[in-house]
Design a protein around this ligand. Structure first.
Ligand SMILES: C[S@@+](CC[C@H](N)C(=O)[O-])C[C@H]1O[C@@H](n2cnc3c(N)ncnc32)[C@H](O)[C@@H]1O
Length: 254
């Protein structure tokens, strides 16, 4: 689990601190993608209260209409929502979506992980991460475990089957049909452990629609229905509670 210590910060607000690796990011300006640093931002966590982040790096993409979206950032929401996957990954890990390389770097730092294959379909993102020097900050032995492949997450088949699949290729946190997309990636990669971005929203949404309370038993029931070997319940004793905290903040009532 991500360990949070609330150190003193300007404005007497808790500063975001955690035990996972946060790279230093060099700014990047590409044709569609840019990597920027924000001096000081107050951000809600995925399941924790708002915290102050100093020097927060963000990955932005400008779409065809000229609108700019934040695809990834070092905010508590983004890192907390991927931490369980990094902490409980093992063996050969396939990471779908490079983004800022945060999940890939933290998976590679996990001693239970032997190899990380990162699948990214946009060469400009690969260039941004390379220029930002994210993986260069890892110890040599850890860096050597990471391989970046320019391919599509929906069709990628690794040379050697994966043990763990970490998938984060989406812009909105919650999307209908996401479990089906992840099942396809799991079938292609052969992974027997899966963590996908926003899986807690999918679980909470199904429970809300079924009018069921959020408990470890009902979460287990939904996970079985999703037919995905999701990291969460077995690894994290308060997983149902965490899902509730995240869904209260991030899953809009519909
Ligand atoms: C939210 S970011 C990933 C953030 C990453 N998990 C991290 O920790 O920094 C999503 C990434 O997925 C990539 N992506 C989106 N669709 C994809 C696809 N079909 N195949 C491969 N990469 C894809 C985007 O270009 C982007 O780099």
């Amino acid at each position: 689990m991500t360990a949070h210590a609330h150190a003193a910060a300007p404005l007497d607000l808790p500063a975001y601190q955690h035990s996972l690796f946060t790279p230093h990011y060099q700014p990047f300006e590409g044709e569609r993608w840019s990597l920027r640093l924000a001096d000081m931002v107050l951000c809600p966590g995925y399941w924790t209260p708002p915290q102050l982040v100093m020097g927060m790096a963000l990955l932005l993409r400008t779409d065809a209409s000229g609108k700019t979206h934040t695809w990834m950032s070092m905010s508590p929401m983004e890192t907390e929502s991927q931490a369980l996957g990094c902490l409980y990954a093992s063996g050969h890990v396939v990471v779908m979506g490079l983004g800022m390389g945060w999940a890939a770097a933290n998976a590679a730092l996990n001693p239970a992980v032997s190899q990380v294959t990162v699948v990214e379909f946009d060469p400009e993102v690969i260039q941004a991460v390379e220029q930002s020097g994210v993986f260069a900050q890892l110890p040599d032995a850890v860096r050597q475990r990471v391989r970046i492949v320019n391919a599509d997450a929906y069709t990628f088949v690794p040379d050697t089957p994966a043990d763990t699949l970490l998938a984060d290729i989406w812009l909105p946190l919650f999307g209908a049909g996401r479990a089906e997309e992840v099942r396809r990636m799991q079938a292609n990669t052969g992974a027997h452990k899966v963590y996908f971005w926003g899986q807690e929203m999918v679980i909470a949404d199904r429970l809300r629609r079924a009018g069921l309370a959020l408990t470890a038993d009902t979460v287990a029931q939904v996970v079985a229905e999703l037919e995905l070997p999701l990291i969460g319940l077995a690894e994290c004793e308060d997983y149902a509670e965490k899902i509730g905290l995240a869904a209260d903040k991030w899953l809009k009532a519909s």
